[in-house]
Design a protein around this ligand. Structure first.
Ligand code: SF4
Length: 413
């Protein structure tokens, strides 16, 4: 369940029902101010609510003061092993400091960091990692890694509570997707504090995005997780941010920018849809409004499932059509489809979010659609619609009589 408590990281609320905050971590050497600030700005433009910077050296903590002042979004300092750096990061004005109490040098040093955070009114993120559990839990890690991870996190939370500190969020990181899901589910039942969730070292942009979508998507769909970070092996922090947003948009947890829907294509496709979809996706990045844009590879279905899209295109060999909310707008040569689509989108915004329709052009497009539509073709979309209809009509038929394994499932010889 969503965390009961809320903290504020530089004005961004985390937990307590606040929108799930997107964060990323810069990949630059933090002390390289120009490079770090450039990456923070690109990540913030892509939609990062918060950024985290690594602070492993004195020169990084020196740079932190300027970064905090100039960053367009709150900054979290990431500290391992060195409590002095954590104290200095708090003094430098970091909006949050991430520590792993298990590697910061003992309870006394943790207490010093907590005391300074209390004085400054700055939250901490306390994190445990499957790779660095306390010695007394290492045995358990082999037999029950989920319980080991949760026990380590609960012990840290108890330590915070003994220190009378409650301005923190918790993270438990594992490279295993099932363990991340199971441990966060368990921890969310045991503690009221906000949870930062992520799959650590998830992998490349391709595999890491998928692993994160499965792991974090499962948790977020259950209402677990108050801030997310996608860890990808890329030097471009904004890529992590884009993936985080796609996950949140897919679950309808947050809205940001346009939603692009595209058919999967099949043997009916008659134009280079790959290139067209990529170009549309690229150009849509310039828009902030959550309009829905649909791309259909052919017109045999008519506008079909894209009826609700704000704008869309469907193409054939030489000609295509632009439509809006189920109604044709105009037909255009295939090579002009993308440019004309964006002209229509821009006209819509210029008219104060009103679709501008030229009736003569719309009539010609309707005619083109009628010629190219084939109501009898058994397309993937129509098969899916028929299956859905059948399932709706006869839900009870998933019983003994209807099932291909009817009578075998519970039959004893
Ligand atoms: S039939 Fe469906 S999947 Fe195939 S190209 Fe046309 S719209 Fe795309």
């Amino acid at each position: 369940m969503a965390s009961a408590r809320q903290i504020s990281v530089g004005g961004v609320p985390i937990g307590g029902g606040a929108p799930v905050a997107v964060q990323t971590m810069t990949k630059t050497e933090t002390a390289d101010l120009a490079a770090t600030m450039k990456q923070i700005r690109v990540a913030a433009d892509a939609g990062a609510d918060i950024v985290r910077v690594a602070v492993p050296r004195e020169k990084d903590v020196d740079a932190l003061r300027t970064i905090v002042r100039e960053s367009p979004v709150p900054v979290i300092a990431d500290i391992h092993f060195n409590h002095t750096l954590a104290l200095k990061a708090l003094d430098a004005g970091a909006h949050c400091v991430r520590i792993n109490p298990g590697n910061i040098g003992g309870h006394e040093k943790v207490a010093q960091v907590v005391e300074r955070a209390k004085e400054a009114g700055i939250p901490l993120r306390i994190g445990v990692n499957s790779g660095s559990l306390p010695a007394h839990l290492r045995e358990l890690e082999f037999t029950n890694p989920v319980e080991a991870l949760v026990s380590a996190a609960v012990e840290m939370v108890e330590l915070m509570e003994r220190l009378a500190f409650d301005n923190f969020k918790v993270s438990m990181k594992s490279t295993s997707v099932p363990n991340t899901i199971a441990s966060n589910r368990m921890l969310s039942e045991r503690i009221p504090y906000p949870l930062h969730i992520g799959i650590t070292e998830a992998g490349t942009k391709w595999s890491g995005s998928l692993k994160s979508a499965v792991g974090l998507g499962t948790l977020l769909a259950d209402g677990i997780g108050d801030t997310i970070r996608i860890s990808l092996s890329t030097f471009h922090a904004e890529e992590e941010v884009k993936v985080a947003w796609e996950i949140l948009k897919a679950l309808k947890l947050r809205e940001r920018g346009p939603v692009l829907i595209a058919c999967p294509t099949c043997g009916r496709l008659q134009f280079d849809m790959d290139t067209v979809v990529a170009e549309i996706e690229r150009r849509l990045e310039a828009y902030e409004d959550p309009i829905e844009v649909s791309v259909l590879g052919c017109a045999v279905n008519g506008i079909g499932e894209a009826r609700h899209a704000d704008f869309g295109i469907t193409g054939a060999k030489d000609m295509g059509m632009i439509y809006s909310r189920g109604e044709p707008l105009k037909k255009v040569p295939t090579e002009r489809l993308v440019d004309e689509l964006f002209e229509e989108i821009d006209k819509y915004y210029a008219a104060g979010k009103k679709v501008v329709r030229d009736e003569t052009a719309a009539a010609a497009a309707r005619e083109w659609l009628a010629e190219n539509e084939d109501a009898t073709a058994m397309t993937p979309e129509r098969m899916a619609a028929l299956e859905a209809e059948a399932a709706d009509r006869e839900p009870a038929r998933l019983d003994e009589e209807a099932s291909p394994v009817a009578g075998r499932r519970f039959t004893r010889a």
